[in-house]
Design a protein around this ligand. Structure first.
Ligand SMILES: Cc1ncc(COP(=O)(O)O)c(C=O)c1O
Length: 388
């Protein structure tokens, strides 16, 4: 028996593989600090937990509308307007089992064989795999640490062709923490206006986590005339420490939202009813704690970046957002061969990280600094010892 050609085109998630490996080692009694996983270590806020319990007690245990309850769609509309500046009616919003599923459905619903999808690299691990699964061709748009892992309008335009269907834009970004300021978004918009065949998936799932002191900006508000070509992804997983609830939000043109819901009606159906009630509480409830969490993440970022930058052979630029930092280990490659070997070596020394090559990068690794201060300090000590 054989799996499908579509499945053969994709590889399993390397971030999940590294996290699973670290968990296995821990279960065997090995002391491993996992900096491979992309989720906040903070507890889910109590009012969110209370809403989930109340939904269970109220018997909200049935199917809901495929694209989410009307209550959650209204809460999502509030979120898109309040937090991202995107005024969008509820018929242009859908809810899925995590941001990942929203992206999966959007790309699967729109990509045909032979379509090109421009993906800035280093990229979030799932982007290229979803594109390939859908039958598209990944067109990497390389970015470098020296330019803040940001691409420019001209670099984008050089890659656009008649078959370009999508640009995947992630700001703040995983794995680099890169964040696009308004003027860069506007210059990307100038390019897109010349190429009406290109849609943009703007993945803003890390929007509350920006450390520059500036407010988040997004393509749909910087270039409102392009709004009918932009799908904005958001959610509660990263912002509200709700990764296990599996709720993702998407706002975009109605035809695309309908297409995603059509697909969802035959894949998972509605997102979990209890999680939807919890997400309403997250989006409509207090938001003040987010600023405190962001400040704690900023302090951890500074701790990790300064710790890494004094280790001979390693360097890390300071990321503007999200909770990841990309470490450049080029100088260590003659010794280790490649970054996968280096990541395994670090695992042997009790720290799980993900090699840059898993993200379409090279000669480095990603650290998630969503771990407590003591663990981070110990992890940096172990990394220093491992490469000494
Ligand atoms: C850039 C990016 N987009 C989307 C997601 C999906 O988030 P979730 O499906 O957990 O809501 C992630 C999670 O790691 C991410 O890093």
């Amino acid at each position: 028996m054989q799996t499908s050609p579509a499945l053969a085109r994709i590889a399993p998630s390397q971030t999940t593989a590294m996290t699973d490996r670290a968990t296995q080692l821990r279960e065997q009694g090995v002391d491993v600090i996992s900096l491979s996983v992309g989720e906040p270590d903070f507890a889910t806020p109590p009012h969110v937990i209370a809403a989930a319990k109340a939904a269970l007690d109220a018997g909200e245990t049935r199917y809901t509308a495929v694209g989410g309850t009307s209550r959650l769609k209204h809460a999502a509309a509030l979120h898109f307007a309040r937090d991202l500046g995107i005024e969008v009616p509820v018929n242009q919003i859908t809810v899925s089992a995590g941001g990942k599923q929203a992206i999966f459905h959007a790309l699967l619903a729109t990509i045909s064989e032979g379509d090109d999808v421009i993906v800035p690299a280093p990229w979030w691990v799932s982007y290229p795999e979803i594109v390939r699964f859908a039958g598209g061709t990944v067109v990497p748009l390389p970015t470098t640490a020296s330019h803040g892992y940001l691409f420019t309008g001209p670099q984008l335009e050089a890659l656009i062709g008649p078959n370009t269907r999508w640009l995947l834009l992630n700001s703040p970004g995983n794995p680099t923490g890169a964040w696009y300021p308004p003027e860069m978004l506007r210059s990307i918009g100038d390019v897109l206006r010349r190429h009406p065949q290109v849609m943009v998936l703007s993945d803003d799932i890390y929007a509350p986590l920006i450390y520059t002191g500036k407010s988040h900006v997004t393509l749909a508000t910087e270039c409102p005339d392009l709004a009918d070509r932009i799908l904005t992804i958001s959610g509660v997983s990263k912002s509200h420490a709700m990764t296990g609830f599996r709720i993702g939000l998407a706002a975009g043109p109605e035809w695309l939202i309908k297409a995603m819901e059509k697909l969802q009606s035959h894949s998972s159906g509605n997102p979990c009813s209890i999680s939807q009630a919890a997400a309403v509480a997250a989006l409509e409830g207090p938001q003040e704690f987010l600023a405190e969490w962001r400040d704690r993440f900023r302090a951890r970022r500074d701790q990790v970046v300064s710790g890494i930058n004094v280790i001979p052979g390693l360097s890390a630029p300071t990321p503007d957002g999200a909770f990841y930092c990309m470490v450049d280990a080029q100088a260590l490659m003659p010794r280790f061969g490649d970054d996968a070997a280096l990541a395994l070596h670090l695992l042997d020394h009790g720290v799980a990280v993900v090699p840059a090559s898993a993200f379409g990068g090279s000669a480095g690794f990603r650290i998630s600094f969503a771990a407590d201060d003591e663990k981070l300090a110990e992890a940096v000590r172990r990394i220093a010892k491992a490469v000494a």
